[in-house]
Design a protein around this ligand. Structure first.
Ligand code: HEC
Length: 283
C-alpha cells in the first residue's frame, strides 16, 4: 500500500511540470482576460467583432446564428442585419467566407475553426494574443506577435489598435536569452562559460517578467481608432464571445446555479424548524 502511494505521488509530481509546459510555458504579456459571461452586452459586442473581423478567415462550425440569437438575447432581424456574413441563413453555422484553397495560397495554412479556441488555448492566452501584434519588418506582413511568434495571421485589428513596436529593453532581454541558449547548447563551451550563460539566462528571464508586469513590452508608434484601454475592453468582449462559443451551456448553468442556491436557502428554513421540533424533547 505504502509503495502504491509513493508511486502515485511520484507519478503525479512528474506529470505536473509536463502538464504545465503543455500550455506552452509562460508567454508575455500574461494579463488576465477577466471575461464576464453574465454580461450580455459584452457578449453581443464580442459577437459583432467576431463576425466583422474574424469570420472572413475563421469559421465556427459548431455555432449556429439562431443559437447565438437565443443565447445572447437578440432577435432574428438583429442577427440577420448585423451578424450574418454573406448569403448565409439564420439556421446556418458560422462559415468563413474565404475558401480553403485560397487561404492556403495566401497564408500557407488554412486558418483554424475557432468554435473551441477558448477551450484549447484558454481565455487569457487569446486575450494576450489579440493585444500582442507588433510591427516587425522581417515578417511577410510586417507584423509579429509575442504570444504566437512568427504567426501567419495579419494584424486584422490594426485600424482599431494602431501600431506598436517592442521596447529596446525587451529586445535586449530577448537577445540575451538567445545568446545564452546558444552557449548552453554549444558542445565546445567550458563549464565556466555554461554556468555564466545560465546566470545571464535567468537574469534575462527575470527582466522579461518584470517588463511584462510594468507594461514595458511594447511602445505605441501609431494611434488607432481606440485608446489602449478601449482596445483592451473590446478584446475582452471578443474573448468573452469565444468563451461562450467554446462552452454554450455555461451561460445556462450559471443562471441555473443561482436558482439552485436559492432553492437550498429556502429549504434551510423548514429544515431548521424541523430540527428544533425533533430535538425539543431531548433537551
Ligand atoms: C485574413 C485572414 C485572418 C483573419 C481575418 C483572422 N485570422 Fe486568425 N489566423 C489566420 C491565420 C492564417 C492563422 C494561422 C497562423 C499560423 O498558424 O501561423 C490564424 C491564427 C489564429 C489563432 C491561433 C490559432 C491557434 O490556436 O493556433 C487565433 C486564436 C486567431 N487566429 C484568432 C483570430 C481572431 C479572434 C480574429 C478576429 C479578430 C482573426 N483570427 C482574424 C488568419 C486570419
Amino acid at each position: 500500500m505504502k509503495k502504491l502511494i509513493i508511486t502515485a505521488i511520484t507519478a503525479l509530481s512528474l506529470a505536473a511540470p509536463v502538464a504545465f509546459s503543455a500550455g506552452g510555458g509562460t508567454t508575455y504579456p500574461n494579463e488576465k482576460a477577466n471575461v464576464n459571461l453574465a454580461n450580455q452586452e459584452s457578449l453581443q459586442n464580442g459577437a459583432k467583432l467576431y463576425l466583422n473581423y474574424c469570420a472572413g478567415c475563421h469559421s465556427m462550425e459548431y455555432v449556429r446564428y439562431s443559437r447565438i440569437a437565443q443565447d445572447l438575447g437578440l432577435t432574428e432581424e438583429q442577427v440577420m442585419a448585423n451578424l450574418v456574413v454573406g448569403d448565409q441563413k439564420f439556421g446556418d453555422p458560422i462559415k468563413k467566407s474565404m475558401t480553403k484553397s485560397y487561404a492556403k495560397k495566401v497564408f500557407g495554412v488554412d486558418p483554424l475553426d475557432l468554435s473551441l479556441a477558448a477551450r484549447v488555448r484558454g481565455e487569457d492566452w487569446l486575450y494576450n494574443y489579440l493585444t500582442s501584434f507588433y510591427a516587425d519588418p522581417s515578417r511577410p506582413y510586417g507584423m509579429n506577435n509575442t504570444v504566437f511568434p512568427d504567426v501567419g495571421m495579419p494584424h486584422i485589428l490594426a485600424d482599431l489598435q494602431g501600431e506598436q513596436v517592442l521596447t529596446e529593453e525587451w529586445v535586449a532581454a530577448e537577445s540575451a536569452i538567445k545568446a545564452a541558449k546558444n552557449v548552453i547548447a554549444d558542445a565546445n563551451a567550458t563549464d565556466a562559460e555554461k554556468s555564466e550563460a545560465n546566470a545571464s539566462l535567468a537574469e534575462a528571464e527575470e527582466a522579461k517578467a518584470q517588463l511584462s508586469a510594468e507594461g514595458g513590452i511594447f511602445v505605441q508608434t501609431q494611434e488607432g481608432e481606440l485608446t489602449a484601454e478601449e482596445y483592451k475592453e473590446e478584446m475582452r468582449d471578443l474573448v468573452a464571445f469565444m468563451a461562450y462559443t467554446a462552452n454554450p451551456v455555461k451561460l445556462q448553468s450559471q443562471s441555473m446555479g443561482i436558482w439552485a442556491i436559492l432553492f437550498l436557502l429556502l429549504l434551510l428554513v423548514p429544515a431548521y424548524f424541523l430540527k428544533k421540533e425533533f430535538w425539543k424533547d431531548i433537551h
